[in-house]
Design a binder for this molecule. Structure first.
Ligand code: FES
Length: 123
């Protein structure tokens, strides 16, 4: 039912695990911000698909069950640092009850596409 609570585990860049209670319908970006998860540079474009800093890595069994990617997410994800076969953009992944107990990993580095773009424009 809408508003049901889901337990999620985040593993940060240094390998530390934080467990949070999320609410169905929130994005993973919302959770990082609302729970103050302290991931450097995460979610720089506030979910507007312009930065790729919300890159997260999923277990394969979870990844396979996620909603399909829109082209816009695919294009932005392609530019993410340390892309894996089970990567997604956290601002596009919405919490569902079946995710209860899942573990999400933060990649080792972050690359903000907007900064890359600015640097290019200055050249
Ligand atoms: Fe920028 Fe997700 S927060 S693409």
């Amino acid at each position: 039912s809408p508003g049901s609570k889901v337990l999620l585990h985040f593993i940060n860049q240094s390998g530390a695990k934080t467990s949070v209670t999320a609410t169905e319908g929130e994005s993973l970006l919302d959770i990082v911000i609302n729970k103050n998860l302290q991931i450097d540079g995460f979610g720089a474009c506030e979910g507007t698909l312009a930065c790729s800093t919300c890159h997260l890595i999923f277990d394969e069994s979870v990844y396979e069950r996620l909603e399909p990617m829109a082209d816009e997410e695919m294009d932005m994800l392609d530019l993410a640092y340390g892309l894996t076969k089970t990567s997604r953009l956290g601002c596009q992944v919405i919490v569902a009850p079946w995710m209860n107990g899942m573990t999400v990993r933060v990649p080792q580095g972050i690359k903000d596409q907007r900064v890359t773009q600015e640097a290019k424009n200055k050249q």
